[in-house]
Design a protein around this ligand. Sequence first.
Ligand SMILES: C[C@@](CO)(OP(=O)(O)O)[C@H](O)COP(=O)(O)OP(=O)(O)OC[C@H]1O[C@@H](n2ccc(N)nc2=O)[C@H](O)[C@@H]1O
Ligand SMILES: Nc1ncnc2c1ncn2[C@@H]1O[C@H](COP(=O)(O)OP(=O)(O)O)[C@@H](O)[C@H]1O
Length: 311
Amino acid sequence: MLSVVHSPVVVRAPSKVNLHLSVGDLRDDGYHELTTVFQALSLSDEISVVPSQGLRVNVKGADATKVPTDERNLVWKAAVLLADSVGREPLVEITIDKGIPVAGGMAGGSSDAAATLVALDAMWKLDLSRSELTDLAAKLGSDVPFVLHGGTAVGTGRGEKLLPVLSRNTFHWVLALAKGGLQTPAVFGELDELRSKGSPPRIGAPDALMQALASGDAHALAPLLGNDLQAAATSLLPQLRRTLRAGVAAGALAGIVSGSGPTCAFLCADADTAVSVSAELSGAGVCRTVRVASGPVPGARVVTSESIGFP
Ligand SMILES: C[C@@](CO)(OP(=O)(O)O)[C@H](O)COP(=O)(O)OP(=O)(O)OC[C@H]1O[C@@H](n2ccc(N)nc2=O)[C@H](O)[C@@H]1O
Ligand SMILES: Nc1ncnc2c1ncn2[C@@H]1O[C@H](COP(=O)(O)OP(=O)(O)O)[C@@H](O)[C@H]1O
């Protein structure tokens, strides 16, 4: 008798940094109008999916204990959403190997959700179009469409409406992972609070930043990085100011809070500088740990998928 052993479908799920994040007013639906320029980074999670009797989620890796394994996990929501939309049961076991810091402003959960859509599309041979997958992604979170597509893109609306951006060259980053996490809604709420009391500076439009991306020049890009949420993230976690200063003192061209934080992302002139900045930051005692990454990289993609039959 031939018993079929299913090798997992494995999908790499990239992280992201917002090179530009300008936050508009609070909308009636509880979201803020955004203009953001995303870049997908090589720091990744890996999602493995196999058929199963029921829906199960396992989490491995450094931050595993911080991630729920039930219906609160975004991969669970993604599996249920996709299965419902094609009239199937989500009979799969999903294992997440976390490389992306949890609640770090790097879209880890969003990327796992995008990777689950890609994995199930491949495993169930659905052959959904990019636009069908993007519509499902937008239902799961504002960042999910971007990490599905990857590369460099400008996002508007609540961040889910994407247009690709011309970006030459590879950029080199150092990521300082913070000791705690920041919840995204709390950071948007803090910005509303700061704006109700005064006028924290607004970063304006990303036109010059897009030109710098097209030129591929990290020195031109560095002074144009900007994030309206940075004031709110540093207000909630003041030690981030020290981290930002330390990265620049160590030789980075510029530092920025990534999205809603608290990860700080430092743009470096080249790969060697990134390694030396990361070594210096590790020794400075201003963060939990340090990673080197590069971007842009592709969005969530299958890295292996096969079924092997054994007699
Ligand atoms: C801030 C950003 C920047 O890319 O990412 P992170 O840094 O958290 O990864 C995103 O806007 C986060 O996207 P995502 O993490 O998918 O958020 P969602 O699940 O859609 O929304 C979580 C909550 O964040 C707030 N939110 C999110 C997006 C937006 N445009 N306005 C908001 O006010 C709302 O309170 C919402 O209920
Ligand atoms: N697959 C997942 N990976 C990480 N966090 C997840 C996941 N699913 C749900 N979460 C929850 O989402 C919250 C935000 O996590 P994450 O996506 O890593 O951060 P951010 O929104 O800052 O980019 C976490 O606190 C965690 O409880």
